[in-house]
Ligand binder design. Structure first.
Ligand code: NAP
Length: 243
């Protein structure tokens, strides 16, 4: 059975993904800043699904550690899912470079750093799948979250280029664009229930789409159409809205 590496494995979306891939019999490698936090999940996956699971320390912002981290994995993963992200505080980031750079470096630079390494390894083996969790926030910059949105836009473009390059090496790259998802990241926000997905729904969508080698997944599905409308609002009108 294939091995799945989940980066940012403590997040609600990642836990749902770990459960979905474990239910399908995959070996799971869980990686997060605080690996001890992942021990109960690791044990639960092993007992409930009778699969092999391991836990690893990984910090997206410690770029220099990424090559050694990937080398230290018990087996090279067949599927890498980049789940970590940082919404941050837009208004704080407008004045405080530490906050702005943390948003940019977590969502873009850190993801590029680790996926460059996974890409080289998979290209050399001529097989594998890379799944990047980007965001609909990257489809058009808005005043309320353009630091996060621009980092995700960069990540979406990176994944597009990586998909183009790695197709020629037999490696599949899938971009995931969630809309609203009920997780710790959004618990301080009031989200419209009809537009908001649960982490388990997102995990199911991702699992199925990856099996079908989809290139770009919007989840829930209707976000593809919502974002088509939002992208097409003329700029003279868009800039006057408080979005
Ligand atoms: N929730 C939404 O509505 C929504 C919508 C669109 C896209 N997304 C994206 O979906 C992904 C999952 O988000 P979520 O909603 O499940 O959020 P979440 O529960 O807040 O999870 C974010 C995760 O990122 C990890 N992380 C942050 N900085 C890190 C670093 N330097 N190194 C390693 N891990 C780090 C956190 O780890 P710790 O546990 O160590 O803090 C946390 O587990 C993110 O990429 C997010 O941008 C979410």
């Amino acid at each position: 059975m294939p091995t799945v590496l989940i980066l940012g494995a403590g997040s609600d979306m990642a836990v749902a993904l770990a459960r979905r891939y474990a239910a399908a019999g995959h070996t799971i490698q869980l990686a997060a800043r605080n690996p001890q936090q992942l021990r109960p999940l690791e044990q639960d996956l092993r007992i409930r699904h009778r699969i092999a699971a391991t836990v690893h320390a990984f910090d997206a912002l410690n770029f220099e550690s990424h090559a050694a981290f990937y080398q230290s994995l018990p087996t090279p993963p067949d599927i890498v899912i980049c789940v970590f992200g940082y919404l941050g505080d837009q208004e704080k980031g407008q004045q405080d470079w530490n906050e702005a750079s943390r948003i940019i470096n977590t969502n873009y630079t850190g993801a590029v750093s680790i996926l460059n390494i996974a890409a080289e390894s998979m290209a050399a083996r001529g097989t594998g799948t890379i799944i990047g969790i980007s965001s609909v926030a990257g489809d058009r910059g808005r005043m309320s979250n353009y630091l996060y949105g621009s980092a995700k836009a960069g990540f979406t473009a990176y994944l597009s280029g990586l998909r183009n390059r790695l197709w020629h090496s037999g490696v599949h790259v899938m971009t995931v664009e969630p809309g609203f998802v009920a997780t710790q990241m959004t618990e301080h926000l009031t989200l419209p229930p009809l537009l908001t997905a649960q982490p388990a729904e997102v995990a199911e969508d991702i699992f199925k789409a990856a099996e079908n080698k989809k290139n770009v997944l919007y989840t829930k599905w209707f976000w593809r159409y919502i974002m088509t409308i939002i992208r097409n609002i003329p700029e003279p009108i868009f800039k006057k809205k408080k979005l």
